[in-house]
Structure formats: structure tokens, C-alpha cells
Design a protein around this ligand. Structure first.
Ligand code: FAD
Length: 372
């Protein structure tokens, strides 16, 4: 590969995977990451990597052994409860090929695979501007020139407006994220089973998911207005908990213990880019991952797409010419569109007036066809 100067804006899974794959081709990209250091903020919960996308990227990056050491194939189960606490579906997930890994562990594996100094921490990119020879990337206290710039900076990308007028829209559902440890919360541990549990009622859901190191992550999801979600973000945890208790009044105590006992971590209003988001290719500048196709987490595809994008973009950049990158953008858009349709359906199924029925139907279909 020619020694082009490549800037990657964003050190999430997509940006770091791209950096790794480019380095394997002899290129030395620079990753600009706004976090001050790798441990600055909790990276969130557990991610399942799929065979042909996330796991394939890991293999091509030469990181299969590191992944196997950190992954949790034993945590692929699914449970579904009704609001009265009845167990409607229970599958242990043994033999599935979507092993879970903590987001922090995945980031660490990718970071350790990179040449020292690849990531410039504490570098919030504020400006990307074209010039006669390429692009200038700048922020507080830094300014540098590059031949290619990749926006891997997530759903609220600062790179995207140079390519597209699309903005993420609120999807009508807000998740309150909760944390537990299994030692102090044995009842939540028992409720969760061997992976993930959903309890689904009228336009609301409680979710818990097993993470590594004896942690469980929970989500209380409700359909509320964006304005109310903004208000909740400003409330002290006790008031958020009180609002959730009201929203889940009448649910079985075995389920509402999730609200009562979890540590409130964040209020996340779910946003998505328009399904099928595309743009006219602009030489020297492109996007990958959530920056290109932010969707709700109800497809379970987000990180897998970001990693698959990194593989395809590394190939395209390696080919040298921009037509290959333009082709990558088309492939990425088509792949993102299919996943975004699935995510929208998943969200609509989990937050409907039909309660648990659509989720049960989805699980039963998947039992018959594990690829669905
Ligand atoms: C609650 C929740 C649960 C999820 N669960 C799953 C799941 O189970 N499975 C799954 O596949 N996906 C899941 N996702 C989606 C998944 O997290 C994303 O799709 C994935 O992280 C996208 O990776 P990315 O690298 O494109 O972007 P990100 O992970 O968003 O990384 C972007 C990076 O860019 C940095 N950055 C942003 N702006 C700038 C800037 N201007 N300058 C410098 N740096 C910047 C950020 O700090 C961040 O490190 C979930 C998402 C949420 C919200």
C-alpha cells in the first residue's frame, strides 16, 4: 500500500479495527480520539460478534487468540418474561456462534495491537477542511494534514456533515442503563439466566444482560417524548428511579427489582439515521460504522457492521484508487440498510401495545432458523 497519510477520527471499535488492518498493510494511520485515555469512561456493555462480520474482522486482524481468551461463548442464552413474571421462553444458547465480549475488553485488544502512538488521546476533532493537497484535521492544540480522512466518530459524527445533510432522529424510546454485580444482586443474576433476558409489556421493557467479571447490565426502556428524555438526563438518579417505578407499576416484583436495585448509569435516548442513508462520494473523505448508519441496538448488528466496514474500507484504501472506496460506500450502505430495517422492526416489536407476543414470535422463528 502507498504511504498515504490517513486520519481516522474516532477510536471506537470501527476506527481502531481500521487502524489495525491498515497497519498490517504497512500504512501508519493516525487515530484522533476525544477521550483523554482508554479508561476515561465506561465503554458500555457486552457485544456479541457474528461469524461473517465481527468475528471475520477479528480473524483478518490476526487477533483470534486474544479474542478467544476474552470472549464468553457461554453467555449466549435468551430469556423472555411476561409482565407478571412468567417465563415465556428460555434458551441456553449452547452451540451458538455469537460469543459475547465486553466492549472494554474489545477496545483493549485492538489498542494493544496498534503501534505505539497511533492513537492521539484527548484529541476532539473540531474541524476538517479540504485544501489543494488533501485535508486538514484540527482541534484544540493540534492541526495536521492528511491525504484521506475517515469519520469513525459515531452517531453524532462531526465528519458526516461534510458528506451528508442527514441527522439522527429520535426513535421514541429511551433506555435507562443500570449496573449490577452478581454477588450483591443474586436475584437479578438468577433472573438473567445464561445471557440476556427481556421482560416485555405494553410499550415498555426491562432487559438485563450478563457481562464479564460478574457484572450485569440492565436497561429499563420506555416510550417517552424526546423532551421528557432530555429532562430525565438532568434528574438525580433517585428521581429517575421514581419515574421508572411509576412507568413499571403493576409489574411483578421479581422484575421490578431491576429498577429498585440497579445503579443508574445513564439515560440513553435512542436515535437513528434514516434507513438507507447514502451520500455522493467525495474523494479523500469517507465514513464507517455508526457515523454512516447509526441504528437502534435492537438489531444487535452495530458493532458487527462497524468491524465489517473496517475490513472493506482497509481493502478499498489498499487498492489505492478512490473508485474502490466509492464502491465500499455502496456496499456499506446496502449492508447498513438491511440491518437498519431489522433494528427498526426489533424496536417496534419490543415496544408495542402487543406486549411480549412479537418478541416471542421472533425468538420462535429464530429457533427454527438460527440465521434469522
Ligand atoms: C445501549 C446500547 C447497546 C448496544 N448494544 C449493542 C450490541 O449488543 N451489539 C452490537 O453490535 N451493537 C450494540 N450497540 C451499538 C454499538 O455500540 C455501535 O454500533 C458501535 O459502537 C459503533 O462503533 P463505531 O466505532 O462506529 O462508533 P463508536 O463506538 O460510537 O465510537 C466512536 C468513537 O469516536 C469518538 N469521537 C466522537 N466524536 C469525536 C471527535 N469529534 N473527535 C475525536 N473522537 C471522537 C468517541 O469518543 C468514540 O470513541 C449498542 C449501542 C447502545 C447505545
Amino acid at each position: 500500500m502507498t504511504m498515504e497519510r490517513v486520519a481516522i477520527v474516532g477510536g471506537g471499535p470501527g476506527g481502531l479495527m481500521l487502524a489495525r488492518l491498515l497497519q498490517l498493510r504497512g500504512c501508519l494511520p493516525t487515530v484522533f480520539e476525544r477521550d483523554a485515555h482508554a479508561g476515561e469512561r465506561p465503554q458500555g456493555g457486552s457485544l456479541d460478534l457474528h461469524g461473517e462480520t465481527g468475528q471475520r474482522a477479528i480473524r483478518l486482524a490476526g487477533l483470534a487468540a486474544e479474542f478467544a481468551a476474552a470472549a464468553r461463548p457461554e453467555d449466549q442464552g435468551d430469556r423472555l418474561y411476561d409482565v407478571d413474571g412468567s417465563l415465556l421462553y428460555d434458551r441456553d444458547g449452547q452451540g451458538d456462534d455469537r460469543p459475547e465480549i465486553d466492549r472494554t475488553a474489545l477496545r483493549q485488544i485492538l489498542l494493544e495491537s496498534l503501534a505505539p502512538g497511533t492513537v492521539r488521546w484527548g484529541s476532539l476533532v473540531r474541524e476538517i477542511a479540504p485544501d489543494a493537497e488533501g485535508w486538514t484535521v484540527a482541534g484544540d492544540g493540534f492541526r495536521a494534514r492528511f491525504d484521506r480522512v475517515v469519520g469513525a466518530d459515531g452517531g453524532w459524527s462531526r465528519v458526516r456533515p461534510l458528506l451528508s445533510t442527514a441527522v439522527p432522529e429520535y426513535e421514541g424510546v429511551t433506555l435507562v442503563e443500570l449496573g449490577f454485580d452478581t454477588e450483591r444482586h443474586p436475584a437479578v443474576d438468577a433472573l438473567t439466566g445464561s445471557g440476556k433476558m427481556f421482560a416485555v409489556g405494553d410499550n415498555r421493557a426491562l432487559i438485563t444482560q450478563r457481562n464479564g467479571h460478574g457484572h450485569i447490565r440492565g436497561y429499563a426502556g420506555v416510550r417517552i417524548s424526546e423532551a421528557l428524555a432530555q429532562d430525565w438526563r438532568k434528574l438525580p438518579p433517585a428521581q429517575v428511579r421514581a419515574a421508572l417505578r411509576q412507568a413499571f407499576a403493576g409489574w411483578a416484583p421479581s422484575l421490578t427489582q431491576v429498577i429498585d436495585s440497579g445503579e443508574i448509569i445513564a439515560v440513553r435516548a435512542l436515535h437513528a439515521l434514516p434507513i438507507g442513508h447514502r451520500w455522493d462520494s467525495r474523494p479523500g473523505l469517507t465514513l464507517l460504522g455508526d457515523a454512516a448508519h447509526l441504528m437502534s441496538p435492537f438489531s444487535g448488528e452495530g458493532v458487527n457492521l462497524a468491524l465489517a466496514d473496517a475490513v472493506d474500507l482497509a481493502d478499498a484504501l489498499g487498492s489505492g484508487g478512490w473508485p474502490a472506496v466509492s464502491e465500499f460506500e455502496s456496499v456499506m450502505a446496502a449492508r447498513g440498510e438491511t440491518a437498519a430495517e431489522g433494528a427498526a422492526q426489533g424496536l417496534a416489536g419490543a415496544f408495542s401495545s402487543k406486549g411480549a407476543a412479537p418478541v416471542l414470535e421472533h425468538y420462535l422463528e429464530r429457533t427454527l432458523d438460527p440465521g434469522a
